[in-house]
Design a protein around this ligand. Sequence first.
Ligand SMILES: Cc1ncc(COP(=O)(O)O)c(C=O)c1O
Length: 353
Amino acid sequence: MDTPVDLRSDTVTRPTDAMREAIAKAEVGDDVFGEDPTVNELQRRVAQMVNKEAALFVPSGTMANLLAIKAQAQPADTVILHVDSHPFNYESGGMAMIAGVMTKTLGGDYGILSPESVQSALCLNPDHHYSPTSLITIENTTNRGGGAIYPIETITEIGRIARENGLKLHCDGARIFNAVVESGVPVDGYASHCDTISFCFSKGLGTPVGSILAGPLETIDLAHRYRKMFGGGMRQAGILAAAALYALDNHVGRLKDDHRRAREFRTTLEGVDGIEFPLPSPTNIVYLKVRDAMEFIGHLAERGVLALPLSRSRVRFVFNLNVDDNGLERAIEAVRRAAHAVARKDSQRAQLS
Ligand SMILES: Cc1ncc(COP(=O)(O)O)c(C=O)c1O
């Protein structure tokens, strides 16, 4: 049987031979002593790319978000974020347990906050009955929102609201380069409106491990202390940083291929009975709405295609480095056949009842 076409996430990618070569050649040292030259080079390079004073390499996007929150909000402060955001849904409640913050969650199409809703959710009242807002976090692109890209005007406006009210703005840019290649807005363009920005190397960029948080020196210094406290200090992490540097040089432009495949997947399958596309798919993530997500992914798996059930009726497909045009064809065919298999079963059931 062929290797499965794995579309559950863009985190499932395995490093390419060339990336493994870069890893093998990495110069390393003890990064807890600040002596890993490859980590230092990565941090310098990213800080420069996003036009911030400093950057900190961390094991995961979850830790990057947690450090950004912990370093920019006091316990019992309120953090404003989208109800579909990653820290609120998928980070094990870390910001409650470790940063001790209150959350004010807001809605908004496709995981995107509107400046108006942010403005009206701010708590600026100095009365001690209240928990003051100190941080807003946004996600670009949005995961649960179908890979939606924040319009730069929206970020500009939210940044203005944050600045005018003495608040911080963090961007969870786990997939920021998907936004960059699709919108044409440079990464420092997005970052310029935010105090801190994080992104992941281990998603579309295809490295085995690692994310990064960038921002003002003082904030990153505090994040460095918390990284140590949370057990995230890594020693010869240059082998991971080398993969990240390789990815920045070689895997950013190709994200467009993932977007093209996601688009082709969608346009080819639109109109097939029994499936719907509940959200737009501007980047590499496609959601399908089906009657029974578990049944549907079972049919797909029988045909060598893996997708992720995210609710009773929603299945997620994420195009990634390990899925080529042949994988795309196999995925299209598997979805078609799965939809037919479900329809056949339904009509058999109807005849029996
Ligand atoms: C938008 C977003 N933020 C943060 C993360 C967390 O990244 P990690 O899995 O590296 O902790 C993810 C992971 O999927 C994500 O999609």
